[in-house]
Design a protein around this ligand. Structure first.
Ligand code: SAM
Length: 283
């Protein structure tokens, strides 16, 4: 059965006494052509191990299982995970975990199973899109690519450059690890229930090596976070106010001067390359 129609999704939920749970960001895709577009754009092939976050009713899971070597699907909702284990029992390359993706140890599982890298594919729950992406991009799980449905506004933030209103810690976290490109935008009518916002499918091609060099990437991340936590402040004030960084305003101003930047500059003006350099200079 093609689950991805409004009628079939509604019937599947009804027949199991379920309804879409808002608290888990459940907006099921009910347009098969969009599902196929996501799986095509992700470039899933017979050698790939796919990590699907939030398989829901399994509309995309089935397609992924047909194309990939293995599919690992992590679903927080116990009832949906149970339903999937029944409905997709025939997919013998599929492993379903009833877990919270933010707590599930993707790196540890890869190590224990000999998984070289994950290709992440998902229609993400929008209430935790940013934490999920940050944990993937900043975590240790090996990744070959990420193709996900997100709110259009989040897709814009991932691609934003310095000096724009969308530019922030997420833009820099993405750009340090991957090249981002929008596959397509998706209207609310492709989901059941319909979300209040437009969506976009974004593809992140993970670099084998980061595009900028930095001696201590963890410290650079901390600098970036501190800069955007107080984005209206000058960079020197924002960084010196951070309790963990423990650097003085004067040393930031000195470092900025050394880099040929205005000492009153705000963090939203610095590029990834400049953050990498600042982190090294401040060290
Ligand atoms: N993949 C399905 C589809 O496209 O129709 C469902 C997508 S729905 C937008 C998001 C899914 O993520 C839901 O199934 C929801 O229960 C699940 N989810 C929400 N929070 C989660 C979490 N922390 N960990 C794992 N899954 C989660």
């Amino acid at each position: 059965m093609n689950i991805a129609t409004p009628g079939n999704t509604a019937e599947l939920l009804r027949s199991h006494g379920l309804s879409a749970r808002k608290k888990y960001g459940q907006n099921f895709l009910v347009d098969r052509s969009i599902l196929e577009k996501i799986v095509d754009a992700a470039g899933v092939g017979a050698e790939d191990t796919v990590l699907e976050i939030g398989p829901g009713l399994g509309a995309m899971t089935q397609l992924l299982s047909e194309r990939a070597k293995r599919v690992i699907a992590v679903e927080i909702d116990k009832q949906l995970a149970g339903l999937l284990k029944e409905s997709l029992a025939d997919c013998d390359n599929l492993t379903i975990f009833n877990e919270d993706i933010l707590k599930w140890d993707a790196a540890g599982y890869a190590r224990s199973e000999g998984i070289e890298s994950y290709r992440v594919v998902a229609n993400l729950p929008y209430y935790i899109t940013t934490p999920i992406l940050l944990s993937l991009l900043e975590g240790e799980a090996p990744l070959s690519g990420i193709t996900v449905m997100v709110q259009k506004e989040v897709a814009d933030r991932m691609q934003a450059g310095p000096g724009t209103k969308d530019y922030g810690a997420l833009s820099l976290a993405v750009q340090y690890r991957a090249k981002a490109s929008v596959v397509c935008t998706v209207p609310p009518s492709c989901f059941l229930p319909r979300p209040a916002v437009d969506s976009a499918v974004i593809r992140l091609d993970v670099y084998p090596e980061p595009p900028v060099s930095c001696r201590d990437p963890e410290r650079m991340r901390r600098l970036i976070r501190a800069a955007f936590n107080q984005r209206r402040k000058t960079l020197a004030n924002a960084l010196s106010a951070d309790p963990v960084l423990n650097i003085s305003r004067e040393s930031v101003q000195h470092a900025l001067k050394e880099m040929g930047l205005d000492e009153l500059i705000r963090g939203e003006r610095l590029s990834l390359e400049e953050y990498a350099k600042l982190s090294d200079v401040l060290k």
